[in-house]
Design a protein around this ligand. Structure first.
Ligand code: PLP
Length: 431
């Protein structure tokens, strides 16, 4: 497909939300269809054998594409219009050069690890990480000789460097991989500081990469590439998909890095299918209105929670104040919204068992808010990190991160905020 995504639109730099309905697609390609159809096809016909050869050379990484050369449509494991248009549109939010879409967030994350890490390498990660990511890092990567080192939120740059140097493994550092805000308590990590650490251990022949899982905040509220990250990863299952009906992932960065990712994706075969691509194109049209409404609702819910006598503490970025020091500074630097994820401690049930009982009673009594993991969807979701999403986190680390039996996580949806508050109130009332 001859795409013209680089042409300025009507001589004006349009905002991403203005381009989500049209960017990268022209109706004349498809009988005038205003929407990009689902290209439910496995293979594409070449105009000539020479064209087929050129397409394969680029797709297999045998040569770099020439500056104005588009990768041609070959076969839907390599590329497909629904995926390519989706990738082009996703680049707009993060102002990334390129994007690769996957069949899941885990597909995107593991492909990035496999492409950029090799036996003998060290990967430095923040903690806690998403359970699936953590599992892959701690059970699979060591099998192929890749070592993992963790640092904790609130550790300062100098302290992380001390920890690295004390291990004697600093010269093997290949990637700094972080999730910020940390799930579920919203502890923030300074992307710029991670970039400084990566630069410190980069050499002439080896560039240490910074990769950020931006699922919690993206692609609207935090743009890691602007703060020095090399790769941004998403579970597109969350805000990007936004309707709890599709699993998908994405990786964004420079042309050079994403080209490598796409070549490996071709051989792992973990690209998203055309139907997933189409669903996400549809989701992207309302991404901004959904996310803004969710954040507006979350601010109201968080403010209300702080005043409730049965709520002990609320973890929400919008509640940070200058007294929070480093955390507040990172928030101001990295974020343009407090987002729509929060967690809160329900006032004590005496001991851990009592705390869990209270949290469970609360969750079981919710009527409108659904008791489910996942996040970022149109419907509000609540869950219990200690026994659900974070059950795999080591006890000691769970305590360090305030993931206790009394903690409940809330992903705020697009419902009327007074209805959300009503539901939380009636569930707390009953305790
Ligand atoms: C859900 C999630 C993932 C995994 O994504 P899938 O689409 O479920 O594979 C990774 N990171 C974070 C932060 C997530 O919330």
């Amino acid at each position: 497909m001859a795409r013209d995504k680089n042409k300025p639109n009507h001589g004006r730099k349009l905002k991403p939300e203005s381009q989500m309905m049209s960017y990268g697609y022209r109706p004349e390609w498809s009988e005038g269809a205003i929407k990009c159809p689902v290209f439910q096809t496995s293979t594409f016909v070449f105009r000539s054998a020479e064209q087929g050869k050129a397409f394969f050379e680029v797709a297999y990484g045998i040569r770099q594409p020439r500056p104005d050369e588009k990768s041609g449509l070959i076969y839907s494991r390599i590329n497909n219009p629904d995926l390519e248009i989706l990738e082009d549109r996703l680049t707009l939010w993060d102002e990334a050069e390129d994007c690769a879409v996957f069949e899941s967030g885990m597909g995107a994350i593991t492909t990035a690890f496999l492409e950029f890490l090799k036996p003998g390498d060290l990967i430095l990660t923040s903690a806690p990480l998403y359970g699936g990511t953590d599992h892959f890092l701690t059970t699979f990567l060591p099998k192929i000789g890749i070592e993992v080192m963790e640092f904790q939120p609130r550790q300062e740059e100098a302290d992380i460097i001390r920890q690295l140097e004390a291990s004697g493994k600093q010269d093997r550092l290949a990637m700094v991989y972080i999730e910020t805000p940390a799930n579920p308590t919203n502890a923030l990590i300074d992307i710029g500081a991670c970039k400084a650490i990566a630069d410190k251990y980069s050499t002439k022949d080896k560039r240490v990469l910074v990769a950020v899982d931006n699922t919690y905040m993206g692609p609207l509220w935090q743009h890691p590439l602007k703060h020095g990250a090399d790769l941004v990863l998403y579970s597109a299952t969350k805000y990007i998909g936004g309707h709890s009906d599709v699993i998908a992932g994405a990786c964004l960065g420079s042309m050079e890095l994403i080209h490598r990712i796409k070549v490996l994706r071709t051989f792992l075969g973990n690209m998203a299918g055309p139907w997933t691509g189409w669903l996400l194109l549809r989701s992207l049209e309302t991404l901004k209105v959904r996310m803004e409404q969710q954040a507006a609702n979350a601010e109201k819910v968080a403010a209300w929670l702080t005043k409730h006598p049965k709520v002990e503490k609320v973890y929400y970025l919008g509640l940070l104040t200058p007294e929070d020091g480093q955390q507040y500074r990172i928030y101001k630097k990295q974020h343009n919204s407090p987002g729509a994820m929060m967690s809160f401690d329900i006032k004590g049930g005496g001991d851990a068992a009592g705390d869990e009982r209270k949290a469970f009673q609360f969750l079981n009594r919710l009527k409108l808010i659904k008791l489910a993991v996942s996040l970022g969807s149109t419907e509000s979701l609540a869950e219990h990190p200690a026994t659900m999403t974070h059950i795999g986190v080591e006890e000691h680390h769970r305590a360090l991160m305030n993931i206790t039996a009394k903690l409940v996580r809330l992903s705020v949806g697009v419902e009327d905020y007074e209805d959300i508050i009503w539901d939380i109130e009636q569930a707390l009332e009953a305790l």
